[in-house]
Ligand binder design. Structure first.
Ligand code: HEM
Length: 155
C-alpha cells in the first residue's frame, strides 16, 4: 500500500509542531541519542571527535540534525505525491559521496533511525502514537534506501 494522505500529514504536522520548539535543543537530543545507541559514531562527526561532551549550538551539529528531519519530512510528501522518494540527482550524488567519505555504512542508518524516532517521540509527548511512528519510519527508510543505493553505486 502506498503512503497515505494521513501518513503525510502525521509527519508534516509533527515536524511543524517540533520546529516551534528549541531546534538547538532538539539537535542536541538527537545527537546524544545517536551516541547513546552507538558510542562509536562519535568519531565520524568532525565536530564531535575532539570533545567529551556535545558542543552546544554547533552549526554543523544543528545542520545535520535539521537536514535529517527536514529531508525525512520532504520524503513523506514525495511518497504520498509520487509513490517514491525523488531526491535531486546532484543532491543524491553528494549525499552518497559525503557519507561514503565519512565512513558511514548501512548499519549506521538504523542507529540514526532509532534516534530520530525517539527524538520525535519525546518532542511530541502525548501526541505520539504508533501511526506516527510508522509514518516517520517509512519516510526515513525510503530516504535512507535512496542514499544507500547511491553509496553502493559509488563504492
Ligand atoms: C553529512 C544528510 C544519515 C553521518 C551530511 C550532510 C547531509 C546529510 C545533507 C552534509 C552536510 C553539509 O555538508 O553541511 C543526511 C541524511 C541522512 C543522513 C538526510 C539520513 C536519511 C547519516 C548517518 C550517518 C551520517 C546514518 C552516520 C551515523 C554524517 C557525517 C557527515 C554527514 C559524519 C559529515 C559531517 C561533518 O563532520 O561535517 N549528512 N545524513 N549521516 N553525515 Fe549524514
Amino acid at each position: 500500500m502506498g503512503f497515505t494522505d494521513k501518513q503525510e500529514a502525521l509527519v508534516k504536522d509533527s515536524w511543524e509542531f517540533m520546529k516551534q520548539d528549541d531546534i538547538p535543543q532538539l539537535s542536541l537530543r538527537f545527537f546524544s541519542l545517536i551516541l547513546e545507541i552507538a558510542p562509536a559514531a562519535k568519531n565520524m562527526f568532525s565536530f564531535l571527535k575532539d570533545s567529551n561532551e556535545l558542543p552546544q549550538n554547533n552549526p554543523k551539529l544543528k545542520a545535520h540534525a535539521v537536514k535529517v528531519f527536514k529531508m525525512t519530512c520532504e520524503s513523506a510528501i514525495q511518497l504520498r505525491e509520487k509513490g517514491e522518494v525523488v531526491v535531486g540527482e546532484t543532491t543524491l550524488k553528494y549525499l552518497g559521496s559525503i557519507h561514503l567519505q565519512q565512513g558511514v555504512a548501512d548499519p549506521h542508518f538504523e542507529v540514526v533511525k532509532e534516534a530520530l524516532l525517539r527524538t520525535v517521540e519525546e518532542a511530541m509527548g502525548k501526541k505520539w502514537n504508533d501511526e506516527m511512528k510508522e509514518a516517520w519510519g517509512e519516510a526515513y527508510d525510503q530516504l535512507a534506501a535512496a542514499i544507500k543505493a547511491e553509496m553502493h553505486a559509488e563504492a
